[in-house]
Design a protein around this ligand. Structure first.
Ligand SMILES: [Fe+2]
Length: 384
């Protein structure tokens, strides 16, 4: 079998690497860039440092500071209009997933007509955009190395993705110092999103040797370093390893995709306003236990990444149950509540099961499961 691995992004990694941005943007031939960020990030001073760095390299910078969480299509179109009017020839995104996803959607609309929602799904023939540089300030989404952007369709009140080479960043700049200010809660939520990307890409239908290697290392790093960063946010070694982990997990899932865990998380997020990484974490132990039936060796690997030895005669049920217990214990240890603790009723929880099977990601899930099986998983996760 011939496999092509084409979706990889050049990376500059290390403490202080944000200060290489101006130089790198100049090397890419850009003269005037749009910087996308949210209003809160401005308060940290990082945006001013970045703009100064770009300007000292001779690059003009205009800012779009209106990035909103779960980027709405209307906001993206307004930003793209601004970018076209300013005649920018590059985009620099700084922030979490929302800032990077906004930048990607703007890039789609630079040389393709709005509205953005006409490009949802896999797009192979979009006109190319401009060089896109991503500087994450969280370790979770992996958006800095993926081909997709997640957009909220305001008319449908639903999140969906555009998948296109135009969304693949030209360069990722990974500066762990930018994550030092993250609270323990944000550290856990974002890292667990990365863990979900890794365990789902490892157990999905499109897993391949390269994505497996990246996913395994991401799991190993998160198992080791999330508890350290959660308890001591100033530990730069932990911050650096979590940044590697989220990037490895992003590289794994952009090549091998995610599955049911993310479908459940999308619906939990939309219905009950649960942060994405938290919703992924709530679903994860159940989904991985289920995956053990067909992906027994992969689920065994997940246990081993957490330092759990599995008897070589263990069957898939034992392996699945061990993985579920290990993941649930880990998730609870970094303060993630269950659905009951979040104040959601069991009835409301079970009612979302049919919606999960309608999620666009569900169609590409390797497992054909029924709404009643999803309900069973939700019931088991409810007060676990
Ligand atoms: Fe995710």
């Amino acid at each position: 079998m011939i496999t092509s691995y084409e979706q990889f992004v050049p990376i500059v990694m290390g403490c202080g690497s944000m200060l290489r941005t101006g130089l790198k943007v100049r090397e890419l031939g850009c003269k005037k860039v749009l910087v996308t960020h949210g209003k809160n990030l401005k308060k940290t001073g990082y945006v001013d440092i970045l703009v100064e760095n770009l300007e000292s390299a001779g690059i003009k910078a205009v800012c779009f500071d209106g990035v909103q969480p779960d980027p709405p299509d209307t906001m993206v179109e307004e930003a793209a209009e601004f970018a076209r009017k300013e005649k920018i020839d590059g985009i620099v995104a700084i922030g979490g997933g929302s800032s990077m996803d906004t930048a990607k959607a703007i890039n789609v609309l630079i040389n393709n007509e709005p509205p953005i929602i006409q490009y949802l799904g896999v797009q192979k023939n979009l006109n190319p955009g401009v060089p896109l540089i991503c500087i994450p300030t969280t370790s979770g989404t992996g958006s800095e190395v993926t081909t997709m952007t997640v957009i909220t369709c305001t008319s449908l009140n639903k999140k969906d993705s555009v998948l296109s080479p135009v969304c693949l960043p030209t360069l990722a700049i990974l500066d762990p110092e930018l994550t030092l200010g993250l609270s323990p809660r944000m550290t856990a939520i974002t890292a667990l999103d990365a863990l979900a990307h890794a365990v789902e890409s490892l157990t999905g239908g499109q897993a391949n040797p390269l994505s497996d290697a990246l996913a395994r290392e991401a799991i190993r790093l998160i198992a080791k370093w999330l508890p350290v960063a959660y308890n001591d946010g100033s530990n730069i070694k932990a911050r650096e390893n979590l940044m590697y982990a989220s990037t490895f997990a992003g590289m794994a899932f952009t090549n091998a995709l995610v599955h049911i865990g993310h479908s459940i998380a999308h619906v939990l997020g939309a219905q009950f306003d649960i942060p994405h990484g938290m919703a992924c974490a709530i679903a994860m132990p159940e989904v991985i236990e289920y995956a053990a039936k067909t992906e027994t060796e992969k689920v065994k690997m997940i246990c081993e990444c957490f330092g759990i030895e599995i008897d070589e005669n263990a069957d898939y049920e034992i392996i699945g149950a061990t993985a579920k217990k290990t993941l649930r214990t880990f998730i609870k240890s970094v303060g993630i509540p269950n659905l009951k603790e979040l104040g959601i009723s069991l009835e409301d929880t079970l009612n979302i099961a049919p919606l999960v099977t309608q999620d666009s990601g569900f169609a590409i899930a390797p497992y054909r499961i029924t709404a009643s099986k999803v309900a069973e998983m939700l019931k088991s996760a409810y007060d676990a």
